[in-house]
Write a protein that binds this ligand. Sequence first.
Ligand code: IYR
Length: 222
Amino acid sequence: MKDPVFQSLSTYREYPPEEMKQRAEAFYRELRRRRTVRDFSDRPVPKQVIDHCLLAAGTAPSGANMQPWHFAAVSDPEIKAKIRVAAEQEEQQFYREKAPQEWLDALAPLGTDEHKPFLETAPWLIAIFVQRHGVLPDGRSVKHYYALESVGIATGMLIAAVHQAGLASLTHTPSPMNFLNRLLGRPANERPFLLLVVGYPAEDAKVPVITKKPLEDIATFI
Ligand code: IYR
């Protein structure tokens, strides 16, 4: 067993209460501007931007600090085209056969269908994988704790980082997504969690009119 090694918390910053209130509100206002976008521009986005968004995601807390995630960032047009073909196959089955009416009704306000042109248009597709267990260099397996929760947190931070950089994203979940392991050469201990489409919105991008629940509906103060 390893002994813990501690250092002082030198990165923490406290703000006076007024400033803290302002910062909390400003951050909420910033995140409130984020919209999930489905109409992307093909304008390129430099890899350095994606690098830093992924580094930001990688700062997420995780069970026993196992960091049970892998991000496969795809800009290669040929691979994006293959992902589109495979995803549209899954989506066709979903929309035409698999999805119960209740699910289709819930999606109706979003106007989604089986056509996913953004998988080729957008400059970056980030396939997020959850590592159900880790693999040591000698091939032994290491248990991962709260892997799904950890990857969910990292994904939220990635979405926020992408927004903060001035880009738009779409959380896309063709189901099942196993084709991503094959197309991206990821090992069997990794399961696709989500496909995050990243880029500039198209100039004429439209988003559905939706609302977010008010504070009293999402929180109780006891
Ligand atoms: N994966 C499908 C369907 C879909 C499901 C949910 I839940 C959404 O919030 C949006 C879409 C698709 O991407 O079209």
